[in-house]
Structures are given as C-alpha cells and as structure tokens.
Design a protein around this ligand. Structure first.
Ligand SMILES: [Ca+2]
Ligand SMILES: [Ca+2]
Ligand SMILES: [Ca+2]
Ligand SMILES: [Ca+2]
Length: 278
C-alpha cells in the first residue's frame, strides 16, 4: 500500500493547520463569552429625529444575570443619549425600569462606547432601551412606526415623554445599541456562573448538584457522597470507589478489602467476601 505523498495531497499539510485555526477560533469564542444584550453596533441607514422619547429594542435580551458596565451605540448625531434597562413584569407591554445610565454625549457621529459610573444589576431576559435616541437603525421588514400597535420588535413612547414605560406604538426596527458587562460570580473565584462548572466551589459540579437535589449556589448544601470523591451518590456509578460498579456490587456502599482489616491493620487473611459480594 502506498503512503499518500504531500505533493499529490497538499491538504495533508493544510488539514492540521486548519484544525489548529478552528480550535483557536473556538477558544476565542469561548473566551469572548460574557454578559451582553442588544445588537451589533454597526452603521445602519436610518436615524430618528424624535426628541426626548423612550424606546425598548426587544431584539437580543441580556443573556445572563450580572451587571451592565458599559454600552455602545452607533449614532447619527451627537445628541445626548441615556441607556435604560427594562424588565417585562407582565403580559404585553408591562415593563418596569431596572436602571438607567447617566446622560451621555457622543464625542462624534458613529461608534461610541460609554462606561457606566454605577453598574446596573440585571437579570437574564432584561431588555435594552434608550431615551433621546439618535442611534442608527434598520427596519426589517420595512415597518413604519405604528401607533396603537405594540406587536413590533421596538416599542416607543410619544415624542417628549422622556423616561417612561408608557409605550404607545411599535416598529420592526433593529437599533445599533449594545450593552456589555459581567456575569454573576456566585463564589467570587473570578469565573462567572455561566462558564463556572462549580458555582459554589464546594467540589460538586453544578449539574450533579441539580441532578441530586442540593443547591449549586450554596457551599453548605451538598448532596450525599458516600466515598467523598465529589461525585454525589445519585450520579456516581461506583459509590464506594472499590472499582466494582454499583449495579454488580453486592455492597455498593461498603469498600470491602480483599483481606480482613482489623482496625487499621491488615491481617493478611483473605476476606470471605469479595468486593463484589461474591
Ligand atoms: Ca465562579
Ligand atoms: Ca458545587
Ligand atoms: Ca461519590
Ligand atoms: Ca463499588
């Protein structure tokens, strides 16, 4: 059998490099995870001329519990803008205001990023809104402001209403506004809950604690773990860590020794009962 030559099959050289590239891209995506909400902040064709009105853009709610530390906008004018975080509190257009930024003045037309002096504590599902928007948007599909109809993806108040939850109309618009921040870090280990596999640092994984009934956010709440290997009994396939799986172990919670132990001393006498209970 012939060995494939690199001359005939150059992809043999490229394939490992491609795999490395894909892996690095994958790592970049994983590392880029964090608290976000809103849309891509890009140049869009339209900008509002309304003054002192409120809007909620319901595209892309905030993705996790945590705190908003900054927001980004792509503006068509340098009119001041205020970030507002809304929470839906009931069916339909029933919202409360979770928090607002200070009023920010863009330094120039185009992309602007503003740090919040005081971060806004948010929950997954909270929505990004603005007061006094000059932020650029697209309409997809084209859908002009429709007063009295709140079925569109962007809800707005009347012109001049200021900061309010009294939305009176909607449109299918996507605004160039995005919030960024940090996810909640329950155990303060610097790894936010969304990527931390053990949110209370008690040694038992979140998924195991959820499966076995303890609280994954409370280090004082642990699921029973007979052999102390941090794999709770309800998910541990070998509850006494003797190498014999529970389903074939006559004493699944007893680590039987091959020889009889007297206290801490090994008598050397063969045990009558093997680890599997035979
Ligand atoms: Ca953590
Ligand atoms: Ca845990
Ligand atoms: Ca265990
Ligand atoms: Ca066992």
């Amino acid at each position: 059998m012939k060995t494939p030559s690199l001359r005939k099959h150059p992809w043999l050289l490229i394939a490992p490099l491609l795999l490395l590239f894909i892996t690095l891209i994958g790592l970049e995506i994983v590392q880029a995870q964090g608290l976000v909400g809103g849309n891509d902040v890009i140049d869009r064709p339209v900008v509002d001329t309304y003054d002192n009105f409120s809007m909620i853009d319901t595209h892309n709610p905030i993705n996790m519990d945590g705190q908003v530390t900054a927001f980004e906008v792509f503006v068509g004018t340098t009119e001041p803008v205020t970030l507002v975080i809304y929470r839906q509190t009931g069916p339909g257009p029933d919202f409360s205001i979770v928090g607002t930024s200070e009023q920010k003045t863009p330094t120039s037309v185009g992309f602007n990023q503003f740090q919040l002096t005081t971060p806004i504590q948010v929950q997954a599902g909270d929505l990004v809104g603005l007061v006094n928007s000059s932020v650029k948007f697209t309409m997809d599909p084209p859908h002009n402001p429709d007063f009295g109809d709140l079925s569109g993806t962007m809800l707005f108040s009347s012109n001049g209403a200021g900061l309010t939850t009294n939305f009176i109309g909607s449109s299918n618009r996507t605004y160039s506004v995005r919030v960024i921040g940090e996810g909640t870090d329950n155990d303060g280990d610097g790894i936010s809950d969304d990527v931390d596999t053990d949110d209370d640092n008690d040694g038992q994984l979140d998924e195991d604690e959820l499966a076995c009934g303890s609280d994954p956010l409370d280090a004082a709440s642990l699921s029973p773990d007979n052999d102390g290997d941090n794999s709770p009994d309800c998910v541990d396939p070998d509850d006494d860590n003797d190498g014999v799986a529970d389903d074939v172990d006559a004493f699944p919670f007893s680590d039987m020794s091959a020889t009889v132990m007297v206290g801490d001393c090994d008598s050397g006498v063969a045990s009558q009962v093997l680890a599997n209970g035979a």
